[in-house]
Design a protein around this ligand. Structure first.
Ligand SMILES: [Fe+2]
Length: 157
């Protein structure tokens, strides 16, 4: 069905492609965070188990919102593990046991990488002229910045 919201098909397609790449990144980080929620051990188990749960809940809502934004623009959302893994720019964590501090650092690195990607995507969406997506991405970047701050503050010096 045609989307007649003042953006051309080309503009919508550009944004849907950008958003699907972001969706794959967010889904990858969601699964990594779930993994750490389940497998964290140590004296700080309980606070980190809870901290990671809050983060995967947030990430799930980001994933859902991004997929629905793709649909809003008339695109098809990625929706399979194959597609997510083929598209994501983040790396899955190696299958090994991590200390809680390593887990925090891995997640911080990913959130910071996403913030840098989002900053570029915000510029792109403004150039394309999709200010709805621009606003959506700016809001999302700010949420990642806050999570990154909280993780950074939890890393022992
Ligand atoms: Fe749980």
């Amino acid at each position: 069905m045609n989307v007649t919201i003042g953006l051309s098909d080309h503009q919508c397609k550009q944004m849907a492609t950008l958003l699907n790449a972001l969706l794959a990144d967010e889904f990858t980080l969601y699964v990594k965070t779930l993994n750490f929620h389940w497998n964290v051990v140590g004296h700080d188990f309980k606070p980190l188990h809870d901290f990671f749960r809050q983060q995967y809940e947030d990430l799930f809502s980001f994933v859902d919102d991004i997929a629905e934004r793709v649909r809003t623009l008339g695109g098809d959302s990625l929706g399979s593990m194959n597609k997510f893994l083929a598209t994501t720019r983040l790396k899955e964590a190696p299958e090994k046991i991590f200390t809680s501090q390593e887990m925090l650092q891995i997640l911080l690195n990913d959130h910071e990488a996403l913030i840098c990607t989002l900053r570029e995507d915000i510029e792109t969406s403004a150039k394309v002229g999709d200010m709805g997506t621009n606003n959506f991405l700016t809001d999302l970047m700010e949420k990642h910045e806050k999570i990154a701050w909280m993780i950074r503050s939890s890393i022992a010096k």
